[in-house]
Design a protein around this ligand. Structure first.
Ligand code: MG
Length: 256
C-alpha cells in the first residue's frame, strides 16, 4: 500500500463510478444465489459467471495468488475464505461475500454478509451492528476531516453493539488499484491519518465478531482468516467517493 494518498482526477472518477456500480450489482446478484445445501465452490463458480457476464473480471482471482473469483467467508471465517467443495452452506449460517471487479480501467470492491434462513438473535445483532458501523463510517467521511474520524465512528458502533473489532485487517483506498493508501482502520489509537479530500476513494469495511478481536490465518491455505475463539464474524464494505458534501456510495446496495 505504498505511495501517496491522492484524490483521483475527474476522468478516473468516471471510470471508478462505473466500476463501483457494476461491482455493487454483482454483489447483489451473488448474494441472491446463496442458499442452504450449496457448497461454497458452487457459489464461487456462479460468482465467476456473474462477473464475466459484466464484461469485467475478478479483481481478486490471482491477486497475490488468491485462487477464488470472490471471497466467501462462512460463520467464524472473517475474510478471505476460498470456495471449497467441502464447505456446504447450511440453514442458520452467515455467509460473507467480498467482491472485487475490474472493468474499464478501474476497480470496485465491496462486501456484504448474508443470513441463510433463520439465524440466531446474536447473529442478527452482529449483522446489524456491523452494517450500522459501516454507515456510521460513511456518514463521518466529510472532506477536511482525518481518516481517524471514520475509524472512530465505526468503532463506536461496534462497542455499542458489544462486538469484537478485528484489528489485523483494515479498509483502504481504492479505485485504480485494489489497495491504495490510506489505510482505514476500524478502531482508533493509531494516530489520525491523512485528511479526506474530495476525489479520494476509500473502502470502509468493518469486520466484527461476537467474541474477541483476535484472528488466525489458516496454516494450510495461507488465506482463510478465522476468529481465534471460533465466534461468528461479519463483514460489510462499501467503496465511497469523498465529495464536497456527503460521501457518495459507489457500490450502492438497494437492499441494505
Ligand atoms: Mg476491501
Amino acid at each position: 500500500m505504498a505511495g501517496r494518498t491522492r484524490p483521483h482526477n475527474p476522468e478516473e472518477i468516471n471510470r471508478i463510478r462505473r466500476a463501483g456500480i457494476v461491482t455493487g450489482q454483482v454483489r447483489d446478484a451473488i448474494a441472491a444465489e446463496v442458499r442452504a445445501g450449496m457448497t461454497t465452490s458452487d457459489l464461487d463458480q456462479v460468482a465467476g459467471e456473474i462477473i464475466r457476464a459484466t464484461g469485467g473480471k475478478s479483481a481478486f482471482l490471482g491477486y497475490g495468488g488468491f485462487p477464488g473469483n470472490i471471497c466467501i467467508s462462512v460463520n467464524d471465517t472473517v475474510i478471505h475464505g476460498i470456495g471449497s467443495p467441502r464447505t456446504v452452506i447450511a440453514e442458520g449460517d452467515i455467509v460473507s461475500i467480498d467482491v472485487g471487479v475490474e472493468i474499464g480501467g478501474a476497480l470496485g470492491d465491496c462486501a456484504t454478509t448474508v443470513p441463510v434462513g433463520t439465524v440466531s438473535r446474536d447473529a442478527i445483532r452482529l449483522l446489524e451492528g456491523t452494517k450500522n458501523a459501516l454507515y456510521a463510517g460513511i456518514s463521518a467521511a466529510h472532506p477536511g476531516v482525518p481518516v481517524r474520524n471514520v475509524s472512530a465512528a465505526v468503532e463506536a458502533v461496534g462497542r455499542r453493539y458489544d462486538l469484537g473489532i478485528v484489528r489485523d485487517y483494515v479498509g483502504h483506498g481504492c479505485g485504480i488499484e485494489l489497495h491504495e493508501p490510506p489505510e482505514v482502520p476500524n478502531y482508533t489509537g493509531w494516530g489520525s491519518g491523512p485528511l479526506l479530500m474530495p476525489g479520494m476513494v476509500i473502502c470502509i469495511e468493518p469486520m466484527f465478531t461476537l467474541g474477541g478481536h483476535a484472528v488466525k490465518v489458516d496454516r494450510r491455505d495461507k488465506w482463510t482468516v478465522r476468529t481465534r475463539d471460533g465466534s461468528l464474524s461479519a463483514h460489510f464494505e462499501h467503496m465511497i467517493l469523498i465529495t464536497e458534501k456527503e460521501a457518495e456510495i459507489l457500490t450502492w446496495q438497494k437492499t441494505m
